[in-house]
Design a protein. Structure first.
Length: 416
């Protein structure tokens, strides 16, 4: 491409105001991560993985391909705005309204580490970016509703964006879902289903077949595939980091379960290189709970995906027994790494963030926990993605402070 390889110059004259309607998407096809030559029409979304390259033991996810030669030259120099509409040319068609997702801040810690605080999204997590795109795809493709399996953040976001799109939503979740998430689901009118775990995917398929609902979480068991359009929403995190920093960070640490977020952020930076705007991608560092670590196992053994036993952990949002090809691609293509962190590591990182005014759930602190292990060294800027609010933790809201007498010596002792 002819676009200069440099950070966009935002000192030029203001861009003229644009209409609120999203620009046309430049998405052209679905493409297998198992074989990039295996391409399929953009519609309908292939929610069961790649039909050509997947095997029984290894389902391959799909990604979305774009006509990059037609990306508007001013896309990365426009005034900042909330909502993924700004990035419409580099996203699949946004088939339903948004909620002002995105535009989350980079917060600097005292030692210069930058935290991308995704808890500022409408339902307090990064999953809003995924669901803006995936639920929009369901609406655009004529789905009669959406169905999702989630332990927390994904279900809350899916219910919110389904309500915004005017679609019914069914959420399979755990009886021990955190109180804040349960409140989200009730408020948005989702049908909440709590069945044994092994029954979830067969029932999701039946709901899809009989009710015409579109799944926005994975239907495959031996490895994760998920909705092909959803991770495209995560690319916008990379775009925002790049614009806020004015450069590519040396590394981005990401809390990792199935690897969709990790892949999306990597792909966003990769696209910046394709467009000639950035010279490289940062090292992508996956941070998983030590009680699981499917991606770390895949990287260690050279496999495209792995399955692992899951031990006890309070990092319920990322304690995944299966990985996905997406995570392996992101680590391999960026020269990154996959780290595992204990609950104690995450708790210490969460306390460090809280001391700086950032309250995150335990899983959300995995990125900073991975950095603080000191497993990798860095010479340039480092960004840690914090995925969700402390309101989403399992214990939050279940303990209230004990009443006390208005006794000044006791109060003074506490303050001292």
């Amino acid at each position: 491409m002819e676009t200069p390889n440099r950070v966009p110059d935002r000192s030029t004259s203001p861009t003229p105001a644009r209409s609120s309607a999203p620009e046309p998407s430049l998405a052209v096809a679905q493409r297998s991560l198992g074989d990039p030559t295996a391409r399929f029409p953009l519609w309908p979304p292939l929610t069961g993985g790649c039909p050509a390259t997947s095997t029984v033991g290894l389902p391959y996810p799909l990604e979305i391909d774009y006509d990059y030669d037609r990306v508007p030259t001013d896309l990365f120099t426009r005034p900042a705005a909330h909502g993924l509409e700004r990035w419409a040319p580099l996203l699949p068609p946004l088939g339903s309204p948004g909620l002002g997702e995105g535009g989350t801040p980079l917060v600097a810690l005292p030692d210069g580490v930058l935290v991308k605080d995704e808890s500022r999204n409408p339902t307090w997590s990064h999953k809003d970016r995924l669901n803006r795109v995936a639920v929009g795809a369901a609406a655009a493709s004529g789905a009669r509703g959406i169905v999702v399996s989630s332990s927390g953040n994904h279900g809350a976001a899916a219910a919110a964006y389904a309500a915004r799109a005017g679609l019914p939503c069914a959420v399979f979740t755990s009886p021990s879902v955190p109180p804040a998430v349960a409140s989200f689901l009730r408020a948005y009118g989702a049908v909440v289903l709590t069945v044994p775990y092994e029954s979830v995917k067969p029932l999701m398929r039946r709901i899809a077949d009989e009710f015409g609902y579109q799944p926005v979480s994975s239907l495959t068991s031996s490895a994760h595939t998920g909705h092909p359009f959803g991770p495209e929403g995560y690319k916008t995190i990379a775009y925002e980091i790049f614009l806020d920093l004015g450069e590519v960070p040396e590394a981005v640490y990401v809390p990792t379960g199935y690897g969709e977020l990790l892949f999306g952020v990597w792909k966003g930076f990769h696209e910046l290189t394709l467009l000639g705007l950035a010279p490289r991608v940062p090292r992508m560092v996956a941070c998983e709970p030590a009680a699981a670590g499917a991606l770390a196992a895949a990287i260690r053994t050279g496999r495209p995906a792995a399955q692992v036993p899951v031990g006890p952990t309070d990092a319920y949002a990322i304690d995944c027994a299966v990985g996905s090809v997406r995570g392996v691609v992101a680590v391999r293509e960026s020269g990154g790494a996959a780290l595992t962190v204990t609950d104690e590591h995450m708790a210490a990182a969460a306390r460090e963030l809280a001391a700086q005014g950032l309250w995150v759930e335990l899983s959300s602190a995995a990125a900073l926990a991975g950095l603080r292990t000191g497993a990798l060294s860095h010479d340039g800027p480092v960004v840690c993605v914090a995925t969700s609010s402390g309101f989403k933790d399992i214990a939050t809201g279940r303990e209230s402070p004990a009443p006390m007498e208005p006794d000044w010596p006791a109060i003074k002792a506490l303050l001292a």
